[in-house]
Design a protein around this ligand. Structure first.
Ligand SMILES: NC(=O)C1=CN([C@@H]2O[C@H](COP(=O)(O)OP(=O)(O)OC[C@H]3O[C@@H](n4cnc5c(N)ncnc54)[C@H](O)[C@@H]3O)[C@@H](O)[C@H]2O)C=CC1
Ligand SMILES: NCC(=O)COP(=O)(O)O
Length: 338
């Protein structure tokens, strides 16, 4: 057994984060769950267990004692939610506690108290309305790491399910802004970090990366948009000269069927939905979001806060369970399935 637990941040407490954490703990023996410590308000977790009829003992624990306590109860590092929480009804009043849980997770992990960080989903709009200025966890975690070390990090989002790994080059920006945001340097840096972390953290020696074009038919030789010829292709030539195994720009519509997927280890995509639609279609229930480029391991379920079902007790915990298990494998040195 590992000597350190994973840190699991609460996410938006009005969403399904508390419920899937309770269920993941309940199913720990059948799923081989690595020990984790929940960062959040224990009163909310207990109330949610009671409301949903989940028989889960919850108690406060220091991270250092969480591994030995894990079989007896769900260990919690207490962070005050400051305001009552109603499942399914997000409240900007909870934003400070949600952010504090993420900050605490980074500190505990970077200071060696926890092995890695798994984040439950946050509702970006709820945090924005209370002044949060980062597009999502991905960018916020890089900033928190910078505050710890003084080094700048370029975070890269990767989503993975058994059938597919995808990396969006641009993430949470309006579709209309994508062409302007794509430049050679961003594509090059994203792919370098992906290749490096797939080798270093996932044990894929020389990863094969397939790169989607931005436009239909990857621009059809520049006749349907110029970006693929003027921005994507030159970036790939530079990467090839460095020895990185990249193919593309490829027409995105024919990259994701089974025989195409067999030809690469990860698909690099130009924008959010180009990447996330195929991975969530092929493996929503077990998909995991991993941040590459950070000095610590961070994973999360692939889904969001699911406010629409937060009162109903029907949330599926498998994506969170896969995120916890992948984080444990990555901290042990290999992201590949055993
Ligand atoms: N890592 C993160 O923090 C993420 C946060 N979000 C946030 O979540 C909020 C809601 O986003 P949506 O686009 O509605 O996506 P969503 O994933 O929360 O929900 C989409 C649909 O899938 C269902 N669903 C999601 N997870 C489920 C689960 N574990 N079991 C059963 N059904 C599940 C929901 O009930 C809903 O019908 C947004 O504010 C967004 O910013 C979205 C994705 C990731
Ligand atoms: N659509 C993916 C997503 O919203 C996850 O973002 P992040 O909070 O992990 O940066």
């Amino acid at each position: 057994m590992t000597d350190r637990p994973l840190a699991l941040s609460q996410g938006d407490p009005a969403g399904i984060g508390p419920e899937i954490a309770l269920k993941a703990w309940s199913r720990r023996e059948q799923t081989g769950m690595p020990p984790f410590v929940y960062l959040g308000d224990p009163r909310i977790l207990k109330a949610r267990a009671e409301m949903l009829g989940l028989d889960v003992p919850v108690a406060v624990s220091a991270p250092e004692a969480a591994v030995s306590n894990f079989n007896a109860f769900l260990p919690v590092f207490a962070i005050d939610a400051a305001t009552p929480v109603s499942p399914g009804k997000p409240d900007p009043g909870t934003a400070a506690g949600t952010i504090a849980a993420i900050e605490t997770g980074v500190k505990l992990t970077m200071r060696g108290k926890t092995a890695g960080l798994v984040t439950n989903p946050i509702a970006k709009s709820v945090l924005y309305s209370s002044g949060f200025r980062f597009p999502g966890h991905t960018e916020f975690l890089a900033e928190l790491a910078r505050r710890e070390t003084g080094t700048e990090y370029h975070p890269v989002m990767m989503l993975a399910c058994p059938a597919l790994r995808v990396v969006p080059v641009t993430i949470h920006i309006p579709l209309a802004d994508v062409p302007g945001a794509l430049d050679r340097q961003l594509i090059i840096e994203t792919i370098r970090i992906t290749a490096r972390d797939l080798a270093r953290r996932f044990g894929i020696g020389s990863p094969r990366l397939a790169v989607a074009g931005l436009n239909p038919h990857a621009g059809e030789q520049g006749t349907i948009g110029r970006e693929d010829e003027e921005t994507v292709r030159p970036a790939l030539e530079i990467l090839r000269a460095e020895g990185i195994d990249v193919t593309g720009p490829l027409p995105a519509d024919t990259m994701f069927h089974a025989s195409a997927r067999a030809r690469y280890d990860a698909a690099i995509c130009m924008y959010h939905d180009q990447a996330l639609i195929p991975v969530k279609t092929l493996g929503f229930e077990e998909g995991v979001n991993v941040t590459l480029g950070l000095p610590f391991v961070r994973t999360s379920p692939d889904h969001g806060t699911a406010f629409d079902i937060a009162e109903r007790g029907i949330a599926d915990p498998r994506s969170l369970e896969e995120a916890l298990k992948l984080a444990a494998r990555l901290t042990a040195g290999s992201g590949q399935r055993p």
